[in-house]
Each structure stands twice: as C-alpha cells, then as structure tokens.
Design a protein around this ligand. Structure first.
Ligand code: FES
Length: 418
C-alpha cells in the first residue's frame, strides 16, 4: 500500500486551518510558534504530528518515554513532519490508588480532546502500562486521525538467586513465601532490587503485555513492536520508525476507520488467547471496539477462546519472561504460527497486511512459542477465557482456567474446558 497509495495535498491538512489562513487568529498561531524558537519554515506547510506522551515520574513503566519521544521526533523530522509533544495523564498501575481503572476513561477523553483542539494531523501514542493502551486507543479511535501506537515495551528480565523473577506475578508468589516464613526480612529487601531491573512494563503476560499484544494484532503498531524490551536498543529504533511512518500515514489519510474492522478485533482476540493473556482485556476490548462503532461480545470472545490454545510459554501460565519471548521471535513469530487462526488480510499501520508482515518471521525456540499441536495448555485442560453466566453474574463474567495450578489429581480449575 505504501508508495502506491494516493497522497493528499499539504493544503488539505487539518493543521492548515490554524497556520495557513490569512486572518488574525492564524497570525497569532504562527507568531506564537516563532515565540518559542521555531522558524516559520519549520512548521508551515508540513504535517503536524502529536506525540501523546504518558511519561511521569510516578510511572516506572513509562520512565523512558521522554527519551523515546525524542527518537520519535527524529523520525518525524526525517520525513518532513513537524513534531509536537503533548503530555497526557500517566496511569501507572503500581502507584495509583485506589485503581487505575478509574482513570482509563479520563485518559481516553484527554487523548481525544488533545487531538481535537490542537492543530494536529496525526499522532504517535506513547504508552504501555495496563490502562494506557486502551485509554489512548479509545481516544484515538473516537477522534479518528491517523495514529500509530508506540508501546513502552516490557522491562528486562529479573533474577533472584539464579531464578527468573518477573514483576507482578512473582511479587505475589514471594509474598506468600514470606507469609509462610520461608523468605527472611533480609531476603525480602533484597527482592526489592532483584525483580524489576529496568524501566518498562511488567514482563509477564499480565494486562500490559496482553494489551500491547492486542494493539499489535489490531494492526495499530509496527510489526513486532509490542514485544521489544524497553531497554533494548531496538526500542528507540522502533520509536524512530513510528515517527517516520506516521508522516506517511497522514499523507495517505490512513485513519483507524479506514482499516480497523471487526476482523481486526477477532484477530486481537485470537492473539490474546494464544498469549494466555489477562481477563482484563475483555473490558478493554469491548470499550475500544465501541469507540470504532464495532459490536463485540463476551460470546465472540468465548468462541475464539474455544479454538485458540495458549501457545506462549511465559509467566503466569508458562515459565519465561517477555524478554525471552522477544529473543525467541516475539509477536510476529507467534502470529505466523497462528496461521489460519488469524485473518491475514487485515491491514496494519505500516500499509501491509497481517499475513504480509509475519510471513517468514523466524522462531528460534519452539518451546517458547508453541505450535498448535503442542500448546502450553491444551484446550481440554484450560482455556485463556471461559465465560460464565448465573445468578451472581446474569450478564456474564470471565475466568481464566489456564492460569490455575494443576491439583494433585492433575485437573485444572473446575471450569476448564467448559
Ligand atoms: Fe505498569 Fe505492570 S505496573 S505494566
């Protein structure tokens, strides 16, 4: 699609309504950008690209995002765009009380209105901690400008006394050990510095990795972007590519409404199941699809969950971390292995289809990224998602049988496989 797609004229860009008009307000817009040190030719007659940045000192998962914004700007300049960085609320899961869930919609509204009220032609969305991905995408889907998602990336592997230790899941495990008297006071303090060794999102398949994986499966990230570790040199390179690509997307007028379909959401569901992802995704998927005017249901999710087993050998279901997943081939290898479980014709932000992007994606570890005939958890023993209905939840609720520990009789959660 890139290269062959008709490109719109600069005169037709939205930002021209702020800068190119011969009236008093446009005079002020031009004047005020020069007030902060830009020359006229730096912002006139160019696509204006926003970087919506969820950086905050209160969000360790996003601690590197100011540097990543600079990498994105490099890419935008390189392609002839004019970058503007706009801070939006950072909903750091680990620090915010009582719950970041109260702020997801706040972020969605803020993202949408920040795009609407400013002279912006397209945007790179910079986030990754649990609620940031759905919040940013919900706002962007409502506003419907060309956007690309730049995921923050998972933190580096943790280690404690020779064992892999990830964030989140392992905290709960070690807390249980401490309560049982098997972790001493000194060890507990040592653990604080052992498990979370770099900036970046939680490195198990919790909500953050689930949602960034879903963003990639929807087609909203560059291929492979969601599994690149935050501290890897490939991460700023990917960020710079986001900056380059968004300028072309603006000129191609490639908005979410032109390529995000119900099929994109069904693909995202399938990837969620293959990841063994978080049940929280059910809430976020319905909200994101709603912003695109697409109806999806718990029934759709249950149907996909019945067909796609857990293929990703990463905690909490498996025994590795996101960095290991990346080195094994990451999301593109997983999507290639999913084959016909995905609709390969769905389009993505780079102007190629899902199938075109992942064709030939190498996998260097078939135990880490499994094939359908050797899943981490067979469908008969536990799915990523089961939907239940009853007097306690008349409209339905979700459980994740595949994450339950086998009992001594080797059965899983009673709902498994139902
Ligand atoms: Fe931010 Fe887990 S606390 S991703």
């Amino acid at each position: 699609m890139t290269g062959k797609t008709p490109r719109r004229s600069i005169e037709s860009l939205r930002s021209q309504r702020w800068f190119a008009v011969d009236d008093m307000r446009a005079f002020s817009h031009r004047q005020r950008f020069q007030q902060i040190g830009f020359n006229r030719e730096e912002f006139m007659d160019r696509p204006v690209i926003a970087i919506l940045n969820t950086w905050s000192d209160m969000s360790p998962c996003h601690a590197h995002l100011r540097e990543r914004a600079e990498a994105i700007k490099r890419g935008i300049y390189r392609k002839g765009g004019f970058p503007v960085e706009i801070p939006v609320i950072s909903v750091g899961e680990i620090v915010v009380k009582p719950s970041t869930m109260l702020y997801r919609n706040f972020l969605a509204m803020e993202a949408e209105e920040a795009l609407r009220c400013h002279p912006i032609d397209g945007a790179v969305l910079l986030g990754g901690c649990d609620k940031s991905t759905p919040g940013l995408l919900m706002g962007a889907f409502s506003m419907d400008l060309p956007v690309i998602y730049c995921p923050a990336g998972p933190m580096s592997n943790g280690q404690w006394r020779g064992e892999k230790a990830g964030a989140g899941t392992h905290t709960k495990k070690f807390w249980e050990e401490r309560r049982a008297g098997r972790v001493s006071d000194a060890e507990w303090i040592e653990l604080e510095t052992s498990m979370t060794r770099s900036f970046g999102t939680c490195n198990t398949i919790g909500t953050a990795s689930t949602m960034t994986g879903i963003a990639e499966a929807l087609g909203m990230t560059l291929p492979g972007a969601s599994s690149i570790p935050a501290a890897d040199a490939a991460h700023p390179r990917m960020a710079a590519r986001c900056g380059e690509r968004i300028v072309d997307m603006v000129l191609e007028d490639m908005k979410p409404s032109t390529f995000i379909t119900r099929g994109s959401f069904l693909n995202a569901m399938a990837v969620w199941m293959a990841l063994g992802g978080s049940t929280n995704a059910a809430i976020h998927m319905i909200a994101m699809a709603g912003r695109r005017g697409i109806d999806i249901s718990l029934g759709d999710m249950a149907e996909v969950a019945a067909k796609v087993p857990v293929l990703t050998n990463v905690y909490p279901i498996g025994s590795n971390l996101m960095q290991d997943f990346y080195f094994a081939g990451g999301m593109q290898a997983l999507m290639r292995k999913m084959g016909e479980a995905l609709d390969g014709t769905q389009m993505t932000v780079n102007g190629a289809t899902i199938a075109e992007n992942c064709a030939g994606a190498p996998c260097s570890d078939d135990d880490m990224i499994r094939d359908f005939d050797s899943p981490v958890v067979p469908l008969a023993k536990g799915r990523t998602l089961v939907v239940l209905k009853g007097n306690l939840a008349p409209d339905g609720c979700v459980i994740k049988p595949s994450a339950c520990q086998p009992t001594s009789s080797e059965t899983y959660w009673p709902g498994a496989g139902v």
